[in-house]
Ligand binder design. Structure first.
Ligand code: GAR
Length: 215
């Protein structure tokens, strides 16, 4: 891994998680650099945020690529050619193909707005609404390693958020987002420090004093 952690971000929409990562880098709390942001959505906010900072921002539409599979393979090529250390899914609404997980083994992270394995699948705000409808008292967010099984890869970190009686998907999402914006930069810094080890389903974060390689 290079000195500074090189990130490639995949995002489809608003990009508030991308922004929290950029803010953490600016604040000196994350030793990383976002080298490329790739989206499937033209003119989305995430791409605007990247382009506004001079970060390479690429939109690969399904139509231009000639279908879903070529679209996802083109994204994989871009990330590989950019030489990123980690791929960060931040509100990305497509399912990663096996070629992408094979190209970045244990090096793709996703954030999901529930406490997985509860309410896996779907995009915000559907999982938050599912949690409310089920009647759980706590939900939250999960950052996990992406594997070929949807939302089922090894869990790196979670933050719990209480569900209040008056919550709707918007109010609950807002409180979960506060935790997302705190947790993603923190987890990425663990990777930057070489402290994360994946063993089967379990992820261990070493003390600062004993750096380790990603397994
Ligand atoms: C976030 O809440 C993220 O957890 C969720 O989409 C939102 C993206 O917001 N991701 C999923 O639902 C993945 N299944 P953002 O574009 O402002 O970062």
């Amino acid at each position: 891994m290079s000195d500074v952690l090189k990130l490639g971000v995949l995002a489809s929409g608003r990009g508030s998680n991308l922004q929290s990562i950029l803010d953490a880098i600016d604040a000196g709390n994350l030793d990383a650099r976002v080298d490329v942001v790739v989206s499937n959505t033209p003119r989305c906010r995430a791409l605007e945020r990247a382009a506004g900072r001079g970060i390479r921002a690429e939109c690969i539409s399904r139509k231009a690529a000639g279908g879903r599979r070529p679209q996802l393979l083109r994204m994989t090529e871009i990330l590989q050619a950019a030489g990123v250390d980690l791929v960060v899914l931040a509100g990305f609404n497509l399912i990663t193909p096996p070629e992408m997980t094979a190209a970045f083994p244990n090096r793709i992270l996703n954030i999901h707005p529930t406490l997985l394995p509860a309410f896996a699948g779907g995009m915000a705000p559907a999982p938050q609404q599912d949690a409310i409808d089920w009647g759980v008292k706590f939900t939250g967010c999960t950052i996990h390693v992406v594997t070929d099984e949807l939302d089922a890869g090894p869990i790196v970190a979670q933050a719990a958020v209480p569900v209040r009686d008056g919550d709707d998907a918007d109010t609950l999402s807002d409180r979960i987002l506060v935790e997302e914006h705190r947790l993603y930069p923190q987890v990425l810094q663990w990777f930057a420090e070489g402290r994360v080890r994946v063993e089967g389903r379990r992820v261990f974060v070493a003390d600062n004093s004993e750096p380790s390689e990603v397994g």
